[in-house]
Design a protein around this ligand. Structure first.
Ligand SMILES: *Cc1c(COP(=O)(O)O)cnc(C)c1O
Length: 454
């Protein structure tokens, strides 16, 4: 019999609930604080930015939340997504390890981002919101939200980090095809943008700055709300469809993972894959190592501090306890734009502090090498972000050559790299630089963490 490489669920087996890890954790995560009072925020603090449907999910302590039928209908355009076993990569490496990847590049935006863009647009539309603002780094999130907004008849205005606006013109085209309006950030359209441009006209921008711009516009317009593509609890919640499907698909393959490895920017694709497996670890059904991989140029988990910080550069968002390298961090221009956020999901940071997962960092050139090796064997050009996880998966698989261990490795291939080919060009031309983030810059940025002696 031919060896099976692809595991597909029927549409009827698609998850109908999102999984909330919070009630299963041994301790609850620390609450977000109001920047003015230093007190835990209430729903009313978030109401200028988010619809109540999402705020309820943000603070929910229910283990499962039903996915609305209108959202399931859209999910069915590309879900359930496939799980593959990377048999050709295993052979090329000569490893006895079994490497599986859950592929989210089959979505309309080419990444996992529509898993949350669609419910976010849906909950806003049912509450009468007519416009959503957002930021985008690599352009993945902006594309996903523009797509989702077009389905629910909402205007979508996007601030794209300057560096990626210049590097990735086709992302802008895609956002515009879906009906979005795109501005480079910082822009002259907001107070914070004008201020930053006056101080540093040549700034490449950052996610923190772009968030400030999008939040400023949403907070000052009645019918406008803001949408965030990662970091927040409700975003990680929506992404758990990835892990729930993967559990069912690993069962089809007759295997249980020994290692789950994924890339982390704000933590959403990783949390989405890992949380349902951590639930099984906590219940004693599984004993699986969970490993997050971040870029050495933006090392929030491995070198940041666990402290209250703002989600944006201007300090307009609630303060969240998270792994951070400082809210005014401006990253070096690595190609994995989706991994350049100064903070880490507070929920994932908490899970990390509880010792339920590990983290490491990697330089981009070795990640591109892994991406190319993967592409030449598996036929998919990965986005630069998941090549961080692939590099770690390949290293683990190579270790098994000596030990002979048939380790089962599962990774999230959270997006394809069809709009990142300019970055691959640079890599193939030997022009990709590695950046070690200097300790002085971290120490300096941390001196500007919010002062909690209010
Ligand atoms: C946005 C993005 C990321 C980083 O975001 P997470 O919330 O950490 O998942 C990683 N990979 C791809 C392909 C992305 O689009």
């Amino acid at each position: 019999m031919a060896e099976q490489t692809k595991y597909l669920l029927d549409e009827s087996d698609m998850p109908t609930q999102w999984y909330n890890i919070v009630p299963d954790l041994p301790e609850p995560p620390p609450p977000p604080l109001n920047p003015g009072t230093g007190q835990p925020i209430g729903p009313e603090d978030l109401a200028p930015l988010f619809p109540m449907g999402l705020i309820q999910q943000e603070v929910s302590t229910d283990s499962y939340i039903d996915i609305p039928e209108a959202v399931l209908d859209v999910y069915r355009l590309w879900r359930p997504s496939p799980l593959y076993r990377a048999r050709r990569l295993e052979k090329a490496l000569g490893t006895p390890a079994h490497i599986y990847y859950k592929y989210e590049g089959v979505s309309p935006a080419g990444s996992h981002k529509p898993n949350t863009a669609v419910p976010q647009a849906y909950y806003n539309s049912v509450e009468g919101v007519t416009k959503l603002t957002t930021e985008t780094g690599a352009g993945q999130w902006g594309t996903a939200l523009a797509f989702a907004c077009s389905l629910f008849d909402i205007d979508c205005e996007i601030w794209q980090v300057r560096a990626s606006y210049d590097q990735k013109p086709y992302r802008k085209s895609m956002m515009e095809v879906f009906g979005g309006t795109v501005h480079p950030s910082p822009s002259e359209l907001t107070e914070i943008g004008r201020k930053i441009l006056a101080d540093t006209p040549d700034t490449p921008g950052s996610l923190g700055i772009a968030i400030s711009e999008a939040v400023e516009v949403a907070a000052s317009h009645e019918d406008t709300r803001y949408a965030l593509g990662s970091v927040l609890n409700h975003v990680l919640l929506h992404q758990t469809v990835i892990g729930e499907e993967a559990i069912a698909q690993m069962a089809m393959a007759g295997e249980t993972p020994d290692l789950i490895v994924g890339c982390v920017g704000g933590g959403s694709n990783f949390g989405g894959l890992a949380f349902p497996f951590i639930r099984e670890n906590l219940a004693g059904n599984l004993d699986c190592e969970i490993l997050a991989v971040e870029p050495a140029a933006c090392p929030t988990l491995t070198r940041g501090v666990y402290a209250y910080d703002f989600g944006d550069t201007a300090g307009m968002t609630p303060m969240m306890k998270m792994h951070t390298i400082g809210h005014d961090f401006v990253p070096d221009p690595i190609h994995a734009g989706g991994l350049r956020y100064h903070g880490m999901s507070p929920l994932l940071s908490h899970v990390y502090e509880l010792g339920l997962m590990k983290a490491e960092s990697r330089h981009q050139s070795e990640c591109f090498a892994a991406g190319v090796e993967f592409a030449r064997n598996e036929g998919i050009v990965p986005a630069p972000e998941p090549t961080h996880a692939l590099a770690a998966a390949i290293d683990e698989a190579k270790k098994c050559i000596e030990t002979g261990e048939e380790k089962v490795i599962l990774t999230a291939l959270c997006g394809h790299g069809h709009l990142d080919l300019a970055a691959y060009d640079k890599y193939l031309a030997g022009e990709v630089e590695d950046y070690e983030y200097p300790q002085e810059r971290i120490d300096d940025a941390l001196t500007r963490l919010p002062n909690l002696d209010l």
